[in-house]
Ligand binder design. Structure first.
Ligand code: SF4
Ligand code: SF4
Length: 345
């Protein structure tokens, strides 16, 4: 029987959500179950077992729909002397001052899902007024936060506007780009699709230039997660795939105790690993480890052997629809860094 000892544990505390993003990877499902404390503790004890530091990601659905449950889990974690870092990914709609202060008390890093300036956010996710109110509150409370953006044909050309919008908030510290995955609501007809290569290249370039300009005026720099990944992988000079799931180091646990390699694979029967109660259907990597972009795909690329690598599950879901667009993102960033003298080739 396989044993799972994740160093990156994702707790899907609820499958419910209070928004209806048209590309939602959960499909139409906006109500669902919540994780019991017993399930959370079983998952946590699995991660604690090896006695090594680990990370807990509180996620959903929208986790703050179950805020009392989230705080009970946080209280349980912090009561123990575990070597654990914690983050929460939220749409921010329910984030008020009290909640922000409680999350800070438990040393929880806050990530918000933001796809663009308010009008675009409203079109793509809804609830924009509440999300931006939360961003303002985080700023007023002096709490650093990062945003994660689903990258699609709707916002690829407007990424610089997102950077400019975040510039209004001194506590904004970074933006991460998650290329749209053709899964759930995004698998069929939805409001957005994958961007064309030219649009994507121009959008990334303009965003990089904008961030560099804005950072001249900021005391807290805005970072682009993908640029950090490319620079780190290139400078390390060795293949360093960033995906913890493909290395069997991460595990997503759903409210009913089902196990998947990461949240992006939740609900996919081909990635089901078993249950917390002991049933084991596969290795923690499932088939993600065979989905790496490397070998002949990468020959001739200046990042070959020094690339962060593409998300294997995204490759799995997007494979038949478009060639690897993350390579366009990485190559654009790399070329920009070479041009700016940030890397020597
Ligand atoms: S950018 Fe794409 S082609 Fe280049 S090394 Fe990375 S995965 Fe391979
Ligand atoms: S498969 Fe993709 S979403 Fe899942 S952990 Fe790896 S990189 Fe992240």
């Amino acid at each position: 029987m396989s044993m799972f000892f994740p160093s990156y544990l994702m707790l899907v505390v609820t499958t419910s959500c209070n928004l209806s993003c048209s590309y939602c990877y959960e499909g139409e499902k906006h109500s669902g179950s919540a994780m019991s404390l017993e399930t959370a503790m079983k998952a946590l004890h699995m991660a604690v077992a090896p006695g090594k530091p680990f990370h807990v990601q509180i996620t959903g659905g929208e986790p703050l729909l179950e805020s009392e449950r989230v705080f009970s889990i946080l209280e349980l974690i912090r009561r123990e002397d575990w070597p654990v870092t914690i983050a929460i990914q939220t749409n921010g709609v329910l984030l008020d001052r009290v909640t922000i202060r409680k999350l800070c008390k438990y040393a929880v890093s806050i990530g918000l899902s933001v796809d663009g300036p308010p009008r675009l956010q409203e079109e793509l996710r809804g609830g924009s007024a509440a999300t931006y109110r939360a961003i303002k509150l985080l700023d007023e409370e002096g709490v650093p936060f990062k945003v994660t953006t689903v990258l699609s044909d709707r916002n690829a050309g407007k990424l610089h506007l997102l950077a400019m919008t975040m510039h209004a908030f001194p506590m904004a510290s970074g933006i991460g780009l998650d290329l749209l995955v053709r899964k759930g609501g995004a698998a069929g007809q939805s409001c957005c699709g994958l961007p064309e290569e030219g649009l994507l290249r121009d959008g990334i370039l303009r965003m990089l230039e904008t961030i560099d300009l804005l950072n001249r005026e900021r005391s807290r720099s805005l970072t682009l997660r993908e640029k950090s990944l490319v620079l780190r992988a290139f400078r390390q000079g060795s293949r360093h795939h960033y995906c913890s799931a493909s290395k069997g180091e991460s595990l997503a646990v759903t409210p009913d105790g089902s196990l998947y390699p990461c949240t992006q694979t939740v609900g996919d029967p081909s990635c089901f690993l078993g249950t917390l109660d002991g049933r084991r259907d596969g290795e923690p990597t499932c088939r993600l480890s065979s989905m790496r972009a490397e070998g002949s795909w990468c020959s001739g690329c200046p990042l070959d052997g020094r690339c962060p690598g593409e998300c294997p599950s995204r490759m799995m879901y997007n494979r038949s629809t478009r060639r690897n667009l993350m390579c366009v993102v990485y190559r654009t960033i790399f070329d920009y860094c070479v041009q700016k003298g940030e890397v020597a080739v």
